[in-house]
Design a protein around this ligand. Structure first.
Ligand SMILES: [Zn+2]
Ligand SMILES: [Zn+2]
Length: 314
């Protein structure tokens, strides 16, 4: 039941000898998702031991180079690696033109299909789902159309109290129905309400990636209760006016987003290249929100399973 966020890059605008532009790898139950794809993302995926062939989907927050320059060479490599499965890419509108130009000049023939899903950055919409996970767009406020992404688990199947199985003599069909949330009809004709015999084993976990943005009360409200929040913090607290002008946030604004959304933990990154000491920036966040952590490259954050109080008593 892995839910792990690995930081592949957390710098802004341009790479340096030791820092790479924005990219993260999400592993949810051994399904891999790439979120943003700054320059050099292929080699960083290899360094964390993940073959890009394994990627299910790619989510691009916006079309600034520091978030997308690494994607196109990876599309070519996937062809050389013989990928067969379609690759789903979620990105705002101008992406289609970029993809077309890349394909025309570099990849006119690929052994796999690239499926581009246009992200409407003005809407909070369901973009992707499988049997365990949903990914939603979150409108952000940047200089170009930009979306954040909310990864939210679906509710787990219900468990049936062992004691209830014995008491009512429930059979397999009745237990299966109860797990689906249905009331159970006994042989006597009596109907037992579902909530009397079942409990939720664990709470759904969630992760929100709020890419380049001014502080947005709307975005914060859309990710309320998130377990782990990534929020950009391009500038230190004293450069609030600069941050506003450039469509970015400060450390204290990122921390405020964590407080206002009720997040469990906060990851901050996308620091301007003017800052060499990232720890000092995180300290500014901690003055507002104690559970703040730097997006250290190649570091990872696990979101642990969260049993319900009822399941813990079992
Ligand atoms: Zn950026
Ligand atoms: Zn940007």
């Amino acid at each position: 039941m892995t839910f792990r966020i690995t930081i592949l890059g957390a710098a802004s605008a341009r790479p340096s000898a030791s820092k790479n532009p924005a990219s993260q790898l999400i592993n949810h139950c051994e399904q891999y998702f790439l979120v943003d794809a700054g320059e050099g993302v292929q080699s960083r995926l290899m360094r964390v031991g993940v073959n890009p062939v394994k990627l299910t989907a790619v989510f691009i927050s916006h079309l600034h180079g520091d978030h997308v320059f690494g994607l196109f060479p990876m599309l070519s490599s996937l062809g050389l690696m013989g990928r067969g499965a379609p690759l789903h890419i979620y990105a705002p509108r101008p992406f289609g033109e970029m993809l077309e130009a890349h394909r025309k000049f570099f990849d006119p023939e690929l052994p796999y299909e690239i499926v581009w899903h246009e992200v409407d950055t003005t809407k909070h919409e369901l973009l992707f789902e499988n049997n365990a996970l949903e990914v939603w767009s979150v409108p952000l406020r940047h200089r170009v159309p930009t979306a954040g992404f909310l990864f939210r688990e679906k509710r787990a199947a219900l468990n049936v109290h062992k004691e209830a199985i014995g008491r009512y003599g429930l059979g397999v069909a009745q237990i299966t129905a109860a797990k689906r949330g249905e009331d159970v009809r006994l042989e006597s004709g009596e109907v037992v309400p579902n909530e009397e015999i079942t409990y939720l084993p664990r709470l759904p976990r969630s992760y929100a990636y709020l890419s380049d943005t001014n502080y947005s009360a709307k975005a914060v409200s859309l990710v309320r209760g998130v377990d782990l929040l990534y929020h950009e913090a391009t500038y230190a607290a004293d450069l609030k006016a600069e941050a506003k002008k450039r469509g970015h946030s400060t450390t204290t604004q990122a921390a405020k987003a964590a407080v206002e959304s009720g997040a469990g933990r906060l990851i901050v990154g996308h620091f301007s290249s003017r800052y060499k000491d990232w720890d000092a920036l995180v300290e500014e966040c901690r003055e507002v929100f104690a559970e703040s952590y730097v997006a250290e490259e190649f570091g990872h954050f696990d979101i642990e399973l969260k049993p319900t109080p009822e399941a813990e008593r079992m």
